[in-house]
Design a protein around this ligand. Structure first.
Ligand code: PMP
Length: 446
């Protein structure tokens, strides 16, 4: 069968058989058959630079040779691949490595709870643990957040498409504005000031007896919002949230599902501000591309009894092996530092494009978590004073990038932000090529 025909046939069958809640499959009509490093090859023989990386999962890229060899060795060894939560040498080695890599205050003596394997499962576990340990139910979350699709996790997420129709009532959630320089609801264009106002509101809601909120069990946040459009919380804001939560005995849950393991230029994004959460949520890169999720938390919170939080798929031997190699390689090869350097150079290139094309309303991000917000510069500014987002242009850009062999996704309010999440091992030449392809795509659509 000619390559193009195989691609068309696979896509056509998928369209007929799979749910209409499909996401990437509908906007990125690629049928991948081969992948290596930052490159995916489709059934039609076309190659793409992958700036989606399994939604930020593949820190070491596709089919990292050492990882593949280690997985083959496990498969050949007869080791059990599925062990519920029983201990295996592979799980033990992964645990040792992870404990050594955790942020300062958790390093060495955190408790780990291995969850069912998705990020959302670990968020559920974190929320439940906080409620159980404090005896309180309320949760404070931030606007624009994304924490997952299960009911509890979606209840603490922001956009309606993500919070779903049923999640909102399952957890009593209070939302506080996430700091933003571009779109701050308090009307400031300084991210630091926006952060100050956000924490002032948070503290007032918690301490004012007439606020109707009271002291919650937990505050949950992302240090850099990913799906929310690559929005970075300032360090001062994060430190202030830490102070407030510590003073009031509130569990601070930091969701590092997307930011963790080098992505933002630090091993954990919270480390730049010198903040340690009470519960750190991790998945995606921590499993090296295979399904794995867990929470790491202060031992004092470990009030659970056996069986309080379970799940069948908590002992995936292959994921422990690929996760261990990823954790170690990111540290040994200083891939977080590389993410800082490459991210800065890619943002510089994108800002040069923005200088000639005002539709690139904002180029932002941290490390290799990069966002470009597309706006209508002639549109009526919104209440935040910024030019309105341009979802049509963003959709056209995603398609034009795909035509030029570049896979990227959209996020943020109304899907107006192009998000680039390349593997941390992307080469300098590939990174330059990403920026060139974006420039060429923009020329073609405006
Ligand atoms: N938290 C964050 C910050 C995420 O970015 C995501 C996924 N994009 C999740 C949680 C949910 O992870 P999963 O899709 O594996 O459930």
């Amino acid at each position: 069968m000619p390559n193009g025909a195989l691609r068309a046939e696979l896509l056509e069958r998928q369209e007929r058989r799979e749910s209409s809640a499909r996401t990437y499959a509908s906007t990125l009509p690629v049928a991948p058959v081969h992948a290596s490093g930052a490159v995916i090859t489709g059934a039609d023989g076309r190659s793409y630079l992958d700036c989606l990386s399994g939604a930020g999962t593949l820190a070491l890229g596709h089919n990292h040779p050492e990882t593949v060899a280690a997985l083959q060795a496990v498969l050949a060894s007869g080791a059990p691949l599925h062990t519920l939560d029983m201990i295996t040498p592979q799980k033990d080695a992964f645990t040792t490595e992870l404990l050594d890599r955790l942020p300062g205050g958790l390093r060495g003596d955190a408790r780990l709870h291995f969850c069912s394997p998705a990020g959302t499962d670990a968020v559920e576990a974190a929320l439940k643990l906080a409620q159980h340990a404090t005896g309180r139910r309320g949760i404070v979350a931030f606007t624009g957040a994304y924490h997952g699709m299960t009911l509890g996790a979606s209840a603490v997420s922001g956009p309606p498409r993500m919070s779903g129709m049923t999640g909102a009532d399952s957890v009593p959630v209070t939302r506080v504005p996430y700091p933003s320089a571009l779109r701050c609801p308090f009307g400031t264009d300084s991210a630091d000031r926006s952060g100050e106002l956000s924490t002032r509101l948070l503290e007032s809601l918690i301490t004012d007896p007439s606020s109707g909120v009271g002291v919650p069990a937990a505050v949950i946040l992302e240090v850099v919002q990913g799906e929310g459009g690559v929005v970075e919380g300032p360090d001062g804001w994060l430190r202030e949230v830490r102070r407030i939560t510590a003073e009031h005995g509130i569990v601070l849950i930091i969701d590092e599902v997307q930011t963790g393991v080098g992505r933002t230029g630090h091993y954990w994004a919270c480390e730049r501000a010198g903040v340690t959460p009470d519960v750190l949520v991790t998945s995606k890169a921590v499993g090296g591309g295979l399904p794995l999720a867990l929470i790491a938390y202060r031992p004092g919170l470990d009030t659970w009894r056996p069986g309080h939080h379970t799940g069948t798929f908590r002992g995936n031997t292959l994921a422990m092996v690929s996760g261990l190699i990823t954790l170690r390689t990111v540290a040994e090869q200083q891939l977080a530092e590389r993410a800082t350097k490459l991210g800065e150079s890619m943002r510089r290139g994108l800002r040069e494009i923005a200088a000639s094309y005002p539709v690139f309303g904002d180029v932002r991000g941290r490390g290799l978590m990069i966002g470009v917000e597309l706006v209508d510069p002639d549109g009526t500014p919104g209440r935040d004073g910024a030019a309105p987002g341009n979802p049509e242009l963003a959709g056209a850009m995603r398609a034009a990038c795909l035509e030029r062999g570049l896979i990227l996704e959209l996020g943020g309010r109304d899907d107006t932000v192009m998000r680039l999440l390349p593997p941390l091992i992307i080469t300098d030449e590939q990174a330059d090529s990403v920026v060139e392809r974006v420039a060429s795509a923009l020329e073609s659509v405006v």
